[in-house]
Design a binder for this molecule. Structure first.
Ligand code: PG9
Length: 619
């Protein structure tokens, strides 16, 4: 042995022959202000769902706030602090003041729960022949909670954003009687029409990572490996989304097989569209449908669920809330979205002054500070919440056409000029953000407020603009794009953006000088112009009408600003490229199918292209 070590003595306490990990670790809880319980709650078919319950110490008669998630209930309630408010994720902090029991549950087959995972599992019926779904799982969970959590007052509220908003909506199809109030936040309601998977048939291909993230493992799966820093190149090089997916192993995913076989709005999508299901099974649970005005993931869901219920006569217990937020921002800070700054923390204020008092009212009977109106929609220009007792569903709104005119003019007068053309080249699609666009991309959250000057000079982007406004134009509702266009191809996409062009200088906020702020925008896949379920080729060189609804707004274009409408055929790589040659399934278009097309937007008498605006009289 080396010198000096001979004298060293080994004593028995130095030696470990077992494991350094004890069979059971118990966290001393002396200074904790809560108790964390982890339980496996049995469902009606015997499958047990992993549920984390945070109970304020000494609690009695407290309501329970339930969130059901595919994103790891344990991660939402790490319990890494003796203070409950610091031991839960940001969305729960305001609720963790000792007055609520917080419950997070893994949905079937994800993270700690038993059972099989199915992507946004359709309700029992033609697409789900089993005896359970997320409606029964919510029911069984609530039933167990009210019978077993003795510290509770037996009342439950459900909350959650996005997928977790979808689980709230599913619970409402047949709510347990103890479910007294619900807030689906940015819920996925119709994945084909305008939420995460497609917008009017155009594929949101950057979400393919979500498939592997969710469905390669019960826990957190991997995103698709990238060979290029810029996703613009990754998706362009792949050829088609189908080629991209299958090169990365997607054929192993049952969901991909169902997804890829149903590119059109057939029974697969129709029968899981929750706005339709909610109308077929309306509940009397007071429900707050909440989403962001610039929600980059689920901008369709809440507003369409609320409209469908209201149109069907269920407006009295359903409320609409739209904040100046990106997707799920309600559960984080809300001082700003991108360059748009608000006078305070809009999300914290809303949680503390509206959602929590409203839940308290239904869950513990405290009086409401003031009744919740039919709709509360933030006014990003006046920087205030507007309350509406009669916010109209889009079917009832009155629309004023804002016509495309000669020389790239735009106005409420007659349409004029003849038409404008551009060449849409699938080899050079218009990016949705300035390149490079890395896959892990902070700008994703705020891409809907991206200054559009980065594309305004592209020859394949048409920009029509009004003269400088001399009075405000206030728009409340859903604008409708109404294009009359012809193309030399046999298919094609149309992107329409309604933009607020700021004055050249804004002394109070210099960075906003000349800013081209998208107020509302969407994409429409031309093959669906007659029917979403039965696509048809576009007859080449014949004018066709493309009419589609844009996201709902509450916006006042100010004097000194101009209104712009931009039209283009691609928003890449967020949306897949249309090959512009009609093929049965665009997911699997072949390289030779992608062809340049000359697109002409008509604005003469036989083609009165316009954006139809829900203009209201200025106050
Ligand atoms: N937008 C995400 C999502 C919802 C539902 C299905 C798939 C994805 C989310 O943020 O949860």
């Amino acid at each position: 042995p080396p010198m000096g070590q001979q004298a060293a003595q080994v004593t028995p306490d130095m030696i470990q022959t077992g494991s350094d990990i004890p069979a059971k670790w118990v966290q001393p809880q002396g200074n904790f202000d809560y108790v964390k319980r982890e339980v496996m709650i049995p469902m009606r078919d015997g499958v047990k769902l992993h549920t984390v319950i945070m109970i304020p110490k000494g609690a009695h008669d407290l309501p329970m706030l339930l969130e059901r998630t595919p994103y790891n209930a344990s991660g939402m309630m790490p319990g890494n602090s003796p203070k409950m408010a610091d031991a839960v994720w940001s969305g729960d902090k305001d609720w963790a003041d000792g007055s609520y029991i917080l419950v997070a549950q893994d949905v079937r087959g994800k993270y700690g729960s038993q059972g099989k995972y199915i992507m946004t599992r359709p309700p029992m019926g033609p697409l789900n022949p089993t005896k359970t779904d997320d409606t029964t799982d919510a029911w069984d969970t609530i039933d167990w909670l009210v019978k077993n959590i003795t510290e509770s007052n037996h009342n439950v509220g459900m909350i959650g954003s996005s997928y977790d908003g979808w689980t709230v909506a599913m619970a409402l199809l047949h709510p347990h009687p103890a479910l007294k109030v619900a807030a689906p936040e940015s819920p996925m309601i119709d994945g084909w029409m305008g939420d995460d998977w497609y917008h009017y048939g155009a594929l949101r291909q950057v979400n393919l990572d979500y498939f592997t993230g969710q469905m390669t493992k019960p826990g957190e799966g991997q995103e698709v490996p990238r060979s290029n820093y810029d996703d613009y190149s990754n998706f362009l090089d792949a050829g088609s989304p189908g080629a991209y997916a299958e090169a990365h192993g997607f054929k192993q995913l049952p969901w991909w097989k169902r997804f890829a076989a149903h590119p059109a709005y057939d029974a697969f999508w129709q029968l899981q569209a929750l706005d339709k299901l909610l109308v077929a099974h309306p509940s009397s649970v007071p429900t707050m449908w909440l989403q962001g005005l610039w929600d980059q993931e689920d901008i369709y869901g809440a507003v369409h669920a609320w409209e469908a219920l209201t149109e069907a006569g269920h407006g009295s217990n359903n409320h609409l809330v739209m904040g100046p937020w990106w997707h799920s921002q309600i559960n984080r800070d809300g001082w700003n979205i991108g360059p748009l700054k608000w006078p305070g923390n809009t999300t914290a204020q809303f949680r503390q002054t509206v959602i929590i008092p409203w839940f308290n009212h239904y869950l513990r009977g405290t009086p409401m500070p003031k009744p919740l109106p039919t709709a509360m929609i933030y006014n990003p220009v006046a920087q205030q919440w507007d309350s509406f007792d009669h916010w109209k569903p889009a079917s009832e709104q009155q629309l004023t056409p804002l016509y495309l005119q000669a020389d790239f003019g735009l106005g409420f007068g007659a349409p004029g000029g003849d038409g404008d053309s551009y060449v849409s080249d699938p080899a050079k699609p218009v990016p949705y953000l300035p390149r490079p666009i890395p896959q892990k991309n902070d700008r994703w959250r705020t891409w809907l407020v991206q200054d559009q000057r980065f594309v305004v000079d592209r020859p394949d982007v048409l920009s029509y603009v009004t003269p400088v406004l001399t009075q405000a134009v206030t728009v409340q509702g859903a604008p409708i794009a109404d294009l009359f266009a012809k193309t030399t191809g046999t298919d094609g996409d149309f992107v329409v953006k309604l933009i607020d062009v700021y004055p050249g200088t804004v002394p109070s906020d210099p960075e906003m000088g000349g800013y081209e702020l998208p107020v509302s925008l969407d994409i429409f896949r031309g093959r669906y112009r007659k029917s979403f379920a039965d696509p048809s080729p576009i007859p080449a060189n014949q004018v066709q009408e493309y009419k589609f609804r844009l996201p709902t707004v509450n916006y006042a274009f100010q004097p000194g600003h101009r209104i712009m409408v931009q039209i283009q055929s691609t928003l890449f790589p967020l949306y897949d490229r249309n090959p512009q040659t009609y093929v049965p399934n665009i997911l699997f278009a072949k390289p030779a199918d992608y062809r340049k097309a000359t697109v002409t937007i008509e604005h003469r008498a036989d083609g009165r292209s316009a954006v139809l605006l829900p203009v209201v009289a200025n106050k």
